[in-house]
Ligand binder design. Sequence first.
Ligand SMILES: [Cu+2]
Length: 464
Amino acid sequence: MTNTPTNSRRQFFAGAAASVAGLAVARSALAGLPEPVIQTSVETAPPLVPQTGRPYNPVVTLNGWTLPWRMNNGVKEFHLVAEPVVREVSPGFKVNMWGYNGQSPGPTIEVVEGDRVRIFVTNKLPEHTTIHWHGQRLPSGMDGVGGLNQRAIPVGKTYVYEFEARRPGTFMYHPHADEMVQMAMGMMGMWVTHPKAKHPHISEVDRDFCFLLNAFDVEPGSKTPKVNTMTDFNIWCWNSRVFPAIDTLNVRLNDRVRIRVGNLTMTNHPIHLHGHEFLVTGTDGGPTPPSTRWYEVTTDVAVGQMRQIELIADEEGDWAMHCHKSHHTMNAMGHDVPTMIGVDHRGLVKKIQKVAPDYMLMGERGMADMGEMQMPIPDNTAPMMTGTGQFGPLEMGGMFTVFKVRKDQKPGDYKDPGPYKFPEGTVAYEWTGALPPTPRPAASADTTPAAATAIKPTVKGMSH
Ligand SMILES: [Cu+2]
């Protein structure tokens, strides 16, 4: 392939003063665009150790992968293909999405601060698209807002983005054309720019994980997300997967661990880790100055934000890591269900079953039965509360996984070590001694509704 002088390309992209020769060179360069790498596996790929370009310590994308590149005359060249894909959100639950290179989310792009990057984007969607490189410093014409910064990429065409990765940090990419539909269909990916040298605010870590928070609205039994949903999504994902299909984060005891999280849903997610405290070492704007950091166990990731957290994994065990909005750790659920706790339903079920033989009553003792019940659900639907641990059902779904800390996990080994072997005498246990008498109120509970006393404001000119 012909090496392209940077100057001619710059002129070509500027669209001004491009000589005929410059155009010819640019065209021949495009003719030799890198072969796209396609990945359809939902497995977490091992870290992609750089074979060319400057060295760095690669990240691991949960249930994802890093896009390989080629070096062309000192420029890192990537090829993204925007296309319809089928994503297995959990076993038995496949969703028609739009994504990149065989997956939603698309592959993670990893570069080094100061790298010159050229990204070819081929549009195989049924409509136009663009890519916005969320959070990057770059020339305005490379920012990817359709209509504002560039023409949208027509169906079947390939556009080229080219810029220098100017600052280290955690970034995202997503379309900025028919954005609501294209993001609702799963078009997004992560971008990590590693520091070019030791950075005073970026520590070297033993494990570096990343994933995106994303959400879909898929009606039970259907396969394609509803694209006009604004906030009422029902499938809460990490990298388009739900518990128990989100891979666990497996680390060695005393590892320094960094976890990078980006939020491309339409609501905030308080991300909570059990058993450890962490520092927020990076935000959308890059690494945080150490004087601004404090320890937390939950950090809120708002819409469009990125957060990097860091910790020393110094407590062995199986530790839950999840969004703390409890309805985000469930799969598709009907929420127009009345609260049944405490309702006396004796005799009711049989009466209803005379007209509706499949009728089941749920919730009179809470909803925990849902975790055990093999209730018939429509085909291609993730169970609402699921997953089984060594002690029974977890009754979880959605944005939940496990942070596994083991002293015998090998350095650099990301494989799931299996369930934690709890040392003798360290698990919550049943009290088998005598119980004190349980105090009960003398009379039955008062079920009279509390009298409501309302004081209506009197506003001149208003009547109720
Ligand atoms: Cu959440």
